[in-house]
Design a protein. Structure first.
Length: 313
């Protein structure tokens, strides 16, 4: 993602009507515990009625809000990954799941035009994370960046978790990350994207078909490219020079990092169409790289790839 910033969703999300609303357990299930009370699980269901409490908890830890629906196929791919990563962080993050069909006011407040839509809350301020399903390596990278942003804004608490005894039929623990992947993730958490790139490149040198390393490398390269960019400056430069490949790349990266996938693809495809044939290769290569970040099966990738093919031939 880009340097995650609450300003990125300013004006797009209006949670004012949900603040200070008393939690109505009868209408939406049990309310979330207070910050000092042990949680049975770090994944909770949030409702129109209980969301005021969720907002308050975001002053203690970053809260990730997963807007989903039972009928949504991509949600069923993304939600288990987000739940897994949240639980692994041991109380540093809380995940609030929102069924958009059962909670229309929240869906409207977040202006959820498509799902899955994942937004974080830091001290009550919304921060964009994902629109659509993304691979686990990308989820881990964005969670690491979320914790960095939370620390910058003074949100460094932790939630207590009940130490419930493990069930006899509990699911076996997930295997540990391969060493180079773990090295890359640690570097991402520390904000050292250059070191993460080196680790993923080593993993690919060992196994060129390592899909997780391919996805992770693409994501961390994106993080590295956008960390020093300013959105307004980049957009102004791109508007002033519509055929400047570097300027258009910057805005496309920022759009993709902010979840505006169609905008990013559309910008690069329009650029590809306007450039002379001997100048198109870098744009095609960047598109292919970004396709890999989103996933070959994503409808937005399928549509953009089809348009690219038609432009090529």
């Amino acid at each position: 993602m880009t340097e995650l910033s609450p300003a990125a969703l300013r004006g797009a999300v209006d949670l004012s009507s949900l603040r200070n609303r008393p939690a109505a357990a009868a209408a939406g299930g049990p309310a979330a515990p207070a910050a000092g009370t042990p949680f049975a699980d770090l994944v909770i269901d949030a409702t129109d009625e209980t969301f005021g409490q969720v907002l308050e908890l975001s002053r203690t830890v970053p809260v990730v809000v997963d807007l989903w629906a039972e009928w949504c196929g991509p949600c069923k791919q993304l939600s288990p990954i987000i739940e897994k990563v949240t639980r692994e962080l041991g109380g540093r993050v809380l995940l609030a799941k929102v069924d958009v069909d059962a909670n229309p006011q929240l869906a409207q407040s977040f202006r959820a035009q498509s799902i899955p839509m994942v937004v974080a809350l830091i001290a009550g301020q919304p921060v964009p994370m994902f629109n659509g399903a993304v691979p686990e390596e990308q989820v881990r990278a964005v969670f690491a960046q979320l914790l960095q942003l939370a620390a910058q804004n003074g949100v460094t608490g932790s939630l207590a978790v009940d130490a419930a005894p493990a069930a006899e039929d509990a699911t076996p623990e997930e295997p540990a990350l391969p060493p180079l992947h773990a090295e890359a993730f640690a570097a991402i958490e520390a904000g050292d994207y250059a070191a993460a790139i080196v680790a993923y490149e080593k993993a690919l040198a060992e196994n060129p078909r390592d899909e997780d390393a391919i996805a992770g490398l693409g994501q961390v390269r994106l993080l590295d490219r956008v960390q020093s960019l300013d959105l307004q400056t980049a957009r102004a430069a791109a508007a002033a020079a519509p055929l400047d490949v570097s300027a258009q790349f910057d805005v496309a990266d920022l759009d993709l990092a902010g979840g505006h996938v169609d905008d990013a693809f559309g910008r690069l495809l329009d650029l590809f169409a306007q450039l002379p044939s001997d100048e198109r290769t870098p744009v095609r290569e960047r598109l292919v790289e970004l396709f890999g970040l989103i996933g070959a099966g994503d409808p937005r990738v399928v549509s953009a790839r089809n348009r690219l093919t038609s432009l090529l031939f």
